[in-house]
Design a protein around this ligand. Structure first.
Ligand SMILES: Cc1ncc(COP(=O)(O)O)c(C=O)c1O
Length: 348
């Protein structure tokens, strides 16, 4: 079976993790700190705070923005449930936004239509590795949490995603662009936000009591993160080359992912196509043929919440398929995937 996604782990990664394991200092320590500095440096922001997951990072970001039960948080419907979970952790009301049919990102016009004075934060994911329209969203004057779980390395107007929001978060789950197995990071230019997040991340050795969390990353995870970060630009380069192959080969067979052009570059965390045929039977067929294609979002949030009026999200969900793309995908498998899609689309 050709996997849908795969981490790229080499000997250098393994040696760096082993070296931390041998040191005896395996919990959160100096290696986590180094990873925070390197990642913040890469993005071009002041600093970062590493966490146990992207979800934990989102939760802490909402807390320091003072989001509580009386507030509403805007987020797209076409995103994984982790984002909704974080909103629920702080007891806020979610305001779901419809999807732009070409970019798969939040539809900014729908966001503007639905805004109320209760909306105190907007969570802005950059879906599948393509930047959202940050300029228009930031202009609304509401605090923005950039969700870069899928977009590390992607640019918007020649600057990296994660450098725009009041707070930005990352995920280093196994299938992400770079991985620490599980893990996340909050970055910001606000030392005030990050100081609070640093305090909330860990419960031990505190002079005063307040509800805190155990959202720490370990040093051996951070060692993997540091080693992976060195290779991120190379990973992106390979993904773009594979995407280029797909773009050329598949252009007459399905709708391809859009790219904004040179100043807002896609990193192809996912290569998401839209089919003219039924997705469910396509996915079943792909698995029968040994290729693990997936829906890029398992189910939109409005469907979990039984909400209607998300016509564009529904249409996208009914047509979109994510096909394998990752640095270790072999030439042979790229060829198999292309030929399968061509035949599955013309066979009907
Ligand atoms: C857009 C987005 N935000 C947040 C998360 C949550 O990250 P994690 O799985 O590290 O908790 C994910 C998950 O993969 C995601 O895709």
């Amino acid at each position: 079976m050709i996997p849908h996604s795969r981490p790229t782990i080499d000997e250098a990664d393994i040696l760096d993790v082993a070296s931390v394991l041998r040191s005896g200092n395996i919990a959160q320590g100096s290696v986590v700190e180094k990873f925070e500095q390197e990642l913040a440096g890469y993005i071009g922001v002041k600093s970062g705070v590493a966490t146990s997951s992207g979800t934990a990072a989102l939760h802490l970001a909402l807390i320091v923005l003072d989001i509580t039960r009386k507030d509403t948080v805007a987020l797209p419907s076409y995103v994984c449930t982790a984002v909704l979970n974080a909103v629920n952790y702080v007891g806020a009301s979610p305001l779901l936004i419809d999807t732009h049919p070409d970019t798969f990102n939040m539809d900014v016009e729908d966001l503007k239509r639905k805004l109320t004075p209760q909306v105190k934060a907007i969570i802005v994911p950059h879906s599948f590795g393509l930047a959202s329209d940050l300029e228009e969203i930031m202009a609304l004057g509401i605090p923005v949490i950039e969700d870069c779980a899928q977009s590390i390395g992607a640019t918007y107007k020649n600057k990296l995603t994660g450098s725009f929001g009041n707070i930005s978060i990352f995920s280093f789950y196994a299938t992400k662009m770079i991985t620490t197995g599980e893990g996340g990071m909050v970055v910001s230019n606000s030392e005030e936000f990050l100081g609070k997040i640093r305090d909330l991340r860990d419960y031990d050795n505190k002079g005063n009591y307040g509800t805190r969390y155990n959202y720490k990353m370990t040093d051996f995870q951070a060692a993997l993160g540091l080693s992976q970060l060195k290779k991120l630009n190379h990973f992106i380069e390979i993904r773009r080359k594979i995407a280029q192959r797909y773009n050329i080969e598949l252009k007459n067979f399905c709708s391809l992912p859009v790219n904004h052009g040179n100043d807002s570059k896609h990193i192809y965390y996912r290569y998401t196509i839209k089919l003219r045929r039924d997705v469910e039977s396509f996915l079943k067929l792909s698995k029968e043929k040994g290729i693990n294609c997936e829906r890029p979002v398992f189910k939109p949030l409005h469907r979990y919440l039984n909400l209607s009026g998300f016509t564009s999200t529904d249409r996208v969900w009914e047509k979109a398929v994510s096909i394998p793309i990752y640095p270790t995908l072999t030439e042979k498998n790229i060829h198999i995937i292309i030929e399968f899609i061509k035949s599955a689309v013309t066979g009907l």
